[in-house]
Ligand binder design. Structure first.
Ligand code: PMP
Length: 282
């Protein structure tokens, strides 16, 4: 696999980053994951805009223009012959000369930019009815910034696995915030219910697109908090992310939803999302 590090395309075995890189030592880095279908990038614009926002919120300079970023994405997809898969992008505050909590002088230390592809044949065709458990949301208060602090989400997925489930939904002050790596929804009497945007959740690029398509399809949407009990009593549930698109959830904390099969709203939204996003893919 060919990867990209700070302006260079290299075989993955020759690519390296300093042990003093702040992404490695402090999780002082942001990331994006963009899906690839038919060799094209889904919602690249949305990911580029959110990346710029994440960097800005952390006072990091944006080291790469949107045009150059698109070019690097496309080149990696091309040389690695990705038909279906993902492009992972990470920008850290850079490699200081030592370990120091204080941010380095941005004139002296430049951000580290790393991109690589992941080949995932069958990504669009794979619909897995998901079982989820609920766990406490003990993450920090700026989940709207897409940082690489992913230890707790990793632990959440391990807790889910240990419980015989596929993923975990996070609960704060009695309400569901989001999934470990996705935005979550329930459907009741045809109405789509999902938490509103705030610093408590990541502003999903897929969420924005799916809600827009749902609105265009005259579906009813309510942005508000909901509890895990309300979710367990919903007709259906699903989650969205750039790598899973729209994925049906069929069981929450051991309770099957509806008839236990993927819901119609989730399946319809998945189809619309894939169709519409592919039309605009770049
Ligand atoms: N919430 C969290 C915590 C996530 O990690 C992700 C995906 N990285 C999402 C939501 C979904 O965001 P997107 O649709 O932009 O992939």
């Amino acid at each position: 696999r060919t990867v990209y590090v700070n302006g260079e395309y290299l075989p993955e075995t020759e690519a390296s980053v300093s042990i003093f890189d702040r992404g490695f030592l402090f999780a002082d880095a942001v990331y994006e994951v963009t899906s690839v279908l038919n060799g094209k990038l889904i919602d690249f614009e949305g990911h580029a805009v959110r990346l710029a926002r994440s960097l800005n919120e952390l006072g990091m300079e944006n080291p790469i223009s949107k045009e150059d970023l698109l070019e690097v994405h496309r080149e990696l997809v091309r040389v690695n012959e990705i038909d279906e898969g993902l492009v992972y992008l990470q920008i850290s505050r850079g490699a200081d000369s030592d370990r120091d909590f204080v941010f380095p002088d941005p004139e002296k230390v430049k951000p580290t930019v790393v991109l690589f592809t992941q080949n995932k044949p069958g990504l669009a065709a794979t619909v897995k009815p998901m079982k989820v458990i609920s766990i406490d949301d003990i993450r920090w208060g700026r989940r709207d910034i897409k940082t690489v602090q992913l230890l707790y989400p990793s632990m959440g997925k391990m807790m889910a696995k240990a419980a015989g489930a596929d993923d975990a939904w996070l609960i704060e002050d009695g309400f569901v915030t989001e999934g470990t790596s996705n935005n979550v929804y329930i459907v009741k009497d045809g109405k789509i219910i999902t938490r509103g945007l705030s610093n408590d959740i990541l502003h999903g690029i897929t969420r924005a697109a799916v809600l827009r398509f749902a609105e265009e399809a005259q579906m009813e949407i309510e942005e508000r908090n909901f509890t895990i009990e309300e979710a367990q009593n919903a007709d259906e549930a699903f989650f969205t992310s750039a790598s899973a698109f729209v994925m049906p959830v069929v069981e929450i904390d051991g309770k099957a939803l509806g008839n236990g099969a993927p819901g119609n709203v989730a399946l319809r939204l998945r189809e619309i999302y894939l169709d519409e996003s592919l039309k605009k893919a770049v």
